[in-house]
Ligand binder design. Structure first.
Ligand code: 0CJ
Ligand code: F3S
Length: 310
């Protein structure tokens, strides 16, 4: 048995309103007939496995979807080219793009319409970034302050800054500061594109990580917002591990960790956190304390869903 431990639970943690909506969209669509989902509905192996077990078929691209079938677009959004392809194929589209991603897409379209070059702050290859870049042809992606220093745009006076919704708030502030010094006339408040759930989970973890010997983040390796949580704890000087679930926690990580900070990314089911707390309790006496920095009340309405098949 290990000695007494404290678990500091960061709150808010786990599912956000956009993820709850996306999962409900797939669940409700399944009630009407076969459902294909383009990409992972959210970046979480458990969510994808669970919906797969309930009948959803996950595909990488639309050419794997039969003509006339129902396809759900993931929470991360798609580029206009993907929408056009779905239209031309006669697919029934149910759009699970998070409304807060859709808001960034709308900003990108407005910027492109006035002739601005969109400078998007984000991570290369991420699905959300591909969707947003697609909304503004000629847009450019930057991830770091060094990228900003190397950046060249056709006209420095007509630039709009936007950001991926799941970035680290503190790192993004540094990139935006450098962008503003290079392009003082630019439009766009990129920091405001980082969504409430990302910001809240980072704030909550900040208050926990400084008092912890180890931080465990429940989330999948390809989840941007979950990875940002683990990186943030490390920047605060606390060891951190990102785990899909309790089975990935290595006993040696826990050695000497009297206080464990615990959080979960916006795509990680809350039950996985409960499971982890129970498992820690099985190793020795544990005091669990939740530290809440803010109450979340955001809820999103569902989009139109397919009619029941005859
Ligand atoms: O971009 C989003 C709409 C966030 C969705 C929820 O999180 P996740 O892990 O699926 O996506 P990220 O990789 O963007 O954090
Ligand atoms: Fe949307 Fe933010 Fe969640 S963009 S899906 S509310 S992490």
């Amino acid at each position: 048995m290990a000695g007494p431990r404290t678990v500091l639970l960061a709150a808010p943690r786990s599912f956000c309103a956009g993820v709850e909506r996306a999962i409900e969209i797939v669940e409700r669509s399944l009630a009407h007939g076969p459902v294909f989902v383009r990409k992972q509905i959210v970046h979480n192996t458990h969510v994808v496995e669970d919906l797969g077990g309930r009948g959803a078929t996950f595909v990488d691209e639309l050419d794997e979807v039969p003509d006339g079938a129902t396809v759900v677009f993931s929470a991360h959004g798609v580029s206009p080219a993907v929408r056009a392809e779905a239209d031309s194929r006669g697919l029934t589209v149910v759009d699970a793009t998070c409304p807060l991603v859709a808001r960034v897409h709308a900003s990108a379209r407005r910027a492109a319409a006035r002739g601005d070059t969109v400078v998007l702050i984000g991570h290369p290859g991420h699905e959300e970034v591909e969707g947003t870049l697609g909304e503004a042809p000629g847009s450019v992606l930057v991830s770091t302050v060094d990228d900003v220093d190397r950046l060249s745009v056709p006209d420095p006076a007509t630039v709009t800054f936007l950001a991926q919704t799941t970035l680290a708030v503190d790192e993004t502030a540094d990139v935006v500061a450098r962008l503003r010094s290079r392009f003082p006339d630019a439009r766009g408040a990129a920091e405001e594109d980082i969504c409430y759930a990302t910001t809240n989970r980072q704030d909550a973890l900040r208050s926990v990580a400084s008092d912890a010997d180890l931080v465990l983040v429940v989330g999948s390796a390809n989840s941007s917002n979950s990875r940002r949580l683990a990186e943030q704890a490390v920047r605060q000087g606390t060891r951190a591990e990102l785990v899909d679930d309790v089975s990935h926690v290595r006993p040696e990580w826990l050695a000497g960790a009297r206080t464990i900070g615990l959080t979960a990314g916006a795509s990680a089911p809350p039950g996985l956190v409960d499971e982890l707390v129970r498992a820690l309790g099985g190793l020795g006496p544990v005091t669990v304390t939740e530290r809440r920095t803010v109450a979340e009340t955001v809820r999103f309405t569902l989009p139109p869903l397919p009619e029941a098949s005859p």
